[in-house]
Design a protein around this ligand. Sequence first.
Ligand code: NCD
Length: 306
Amino acid sequence: MIKHLVSSGQFKDSRMLEEIFQRTDEWERWDQAGTLPKPLQDKVIACLFFEPSTRTRFSFETAALKLGAKVISSENAGQFGSSSKGETLEDTIRVVNGYADAIVMRHYIQGAARRAARVSEVPIINAGDGAGEHPTQALLDFYTMRKELGKIEGLRIALVGDLLYGRTVHSLLNLAMLYKSCQFFLISPPRLAVPQKIRAEMQARGVKFRELQDFGEILGKIDVLYMTRVQKERFASENDYNQVKDVYQVDKALLRKLNKQAIIMHPLPRITEIAPEVDHDKRAAYFRQAKNGLYLRMAILEMLVR
Ligand code: NCD
């Protein structure tokens, strides 16, 4: 049983994910039929965000509200919360424990969710910790593949862009260990390659992957093109960032080379890596992906909050 959701590595077998995915399907069906049960009535969910967010915070809050819970929220806890007065993260978490039945937290420090979990009686859900992880995003990413393509087994998945700082990629690759029949193409400039620790773990667990710098040659043979934003906020200098920011861009011309059955995903926000003209292509799945986050997070809150 999972108490705190800090890392996607906590999921040890794909059957558990399949249960979450089936529940996600159910939440969507019930919502569309207007027959939502409210299992979290009288519960309070706290959203404590120390870094910007649109999708993650709103989808968690909407999920909580649709489940019948109430929400307390700080969208800028770094500036307006007591951490600006010098309070430690641990103390903030202890205090919020007195008010809420679960805490959804995003923080700029890698490892912050783990620190919070150490002192928290109520579930901590990691909604992003610096360049660390973003486990619910990875769940909704695999859920999206399953929904769009009918299966996860055997998929050929290209992850493109900032694989070094992109926490969604890290959480996704932690789940890759559960889908050994999949094949991963990791496409980045050398400067933004997957962290050594994750690469070593994939090698040790027998995950099939190849690292490349160019994505032209594989577009015709993949099922999922997962684009990412270069994580500007993690670079030491603007100059550093400028050297890699526009390396990969998907536009209409490039779409011609992409497999007809493939889907294009992105955790969003996108900057220049997907041109708006791509949005009209039926393979562009990123807005559907963002919508899936709502139902997936309903399933997660239902599972963790009691
Ligand atoms: C991602 C994040 O915050 O890590 N956004 C999201 O939650 N969908 C990706 C990003 O900011 O690039």
